[in-house]
Design a protein around this ligand. Structure first.
Ligand code: GYE
Length: 320
């Protein structure tokens, strides 16, 4: 609720900057960096942190940045519409967090024809190099590998593991699973007994875990492509009368505060960090592109692994 209010306040500041055009003293419109951002939705705490990072940065730099922000409610068709509207507006740069990897060629060719560079933020799309300027985000395969190493350690290389998977077709889900499965295969004593998508949300994570618990009497470990699904899964485990963090070990990705709280409570074991605070890097890259500078094709985030043992000390330092 508090997060939603903060988000609305920031959004209204950004909208104000858009609607206040012409009424305030400012640099001529063409001197401002005009950016369109096609966000996925509000499916997770991570996503909320990313949106706040972007809208807050724009609000803080209202004299030099004009942001048009669209929330696609997790639907690719809405993101495509948003990108098209940014092209029509003639923005300087488009930021796109592609909900899934495929299906972007047509709209990205339209952006290219209009000579508007596109930066992928946090998720990748499966397109040729000439259709995007840069990808700002994490190495998801590496995150999956780190998660698997933690799971192998927690289970001493032995046991039944279930996987709660992110949105089907999303790069963050596909690559984390790839890394996780590659690495977990190195522990022949571990069996993946079930895999299902919980669409990166807490409510679906809970539903998926409920069905796993009904079907499989012996689950030793649960891996989730994001913390929100794990938080839902933890509720399901508790309601089923089992103990997460001890009877069922947990490893998930993101590093949101809620998961640190669950670790402090002894109900979760590990989170692999994925940094959502991409606003500053995104606007810097957009400004560089507007200034005609070249930027790296992949601007990578630095990330850590956090365990239950240090969670209480780490929690106050967490920014999202
Ligand atoms: O891990 C998840 C979110 O694309 C990296 O999307 C992002 C993922 C993140 O919904 O929580």
């Amino acid at each position: 609720m508090k997060k939603a209010i903060v988000f609305l306040v920031i959004l209204s500041l950004v909208c104000f900057s858009v609607f206040a055009e012409g009424t305030r003293e400012k640099a001529p419109a063409n001197e401002k960096l005009v950016v369109g951002f096609a966000q996925i939705g509000q499916e997770s705490g991570w996503r909320g942190a990313e949106t706040t990072s972007i809208t807050f940065y724009a609000a803080q730099n209202i004299d030099t940045i004009q942001l048009h922000f669209a929330d696609a409610q997790q639907k690719q068709e809405n993101q495509i519409k948003a990108v098209r509207s940014f092209i029509q507006m003639g923005v300087d740069v488009i930021g796109l967090a592609p909900v899934v990897e495929t299906g972007w060629e047509t709209v990205l060719k339209e952006a290219k024809e209009a000579e508007i560079p596109v930066i992928f933020v946090d998720r990748m799309a499966n397109v040729s190099d000439d259709l995007y300027a840069s990808f700002i985000g994490s190495d998801f395969v590496d995150e999956g590998q780190k998660a698997a190493k933690e799971m192998i350690r927690l289970l001493n290389g032995k046991g039944n593991v279930v996987m709660l998977e992110g949105t089907v077709g999303a790069s963050a889900a596909i690559d984390r699973q790839k890394g996780f499965l590659e690495e977990i295969a190195k522990a022949p004593g571990i069996t993946i007994i079930a895999r299902q998508s919980g669409d990166f949300t807490r409510s679906k994570g809970k539903e998926v875990m409920e069905s796993f618990l009904k079907s499989y009497p012996q689950i030793d470990g649960a891996y989730a492509d994001n913390d929100d699904m794990m938080l839902g899964a933890i509720e399901a485990i508790k309601e089923a009368g089992k103990k997460s963090g001890t009877q069922i070990k947990t490893v998930s990705v993101d590093g949101v505060k809620g998961l640190f709280e669950a670790m402090v409570a002894g109900e979760a074991n590990v989170t692999v960090e994925c940094n959502p605070l991409l606003g500053p890097q995104f606007f810097q890259a957009a400004a560089d592109l507007k200034a005609g500078k070249s930027i790296p094709k992949w601007i990578k985030s630095n990330e850590d692994v956090y365990r239950q043992e240090t969670a209480a000390a780490d929690l106050p330092t967490r920014l999202y």
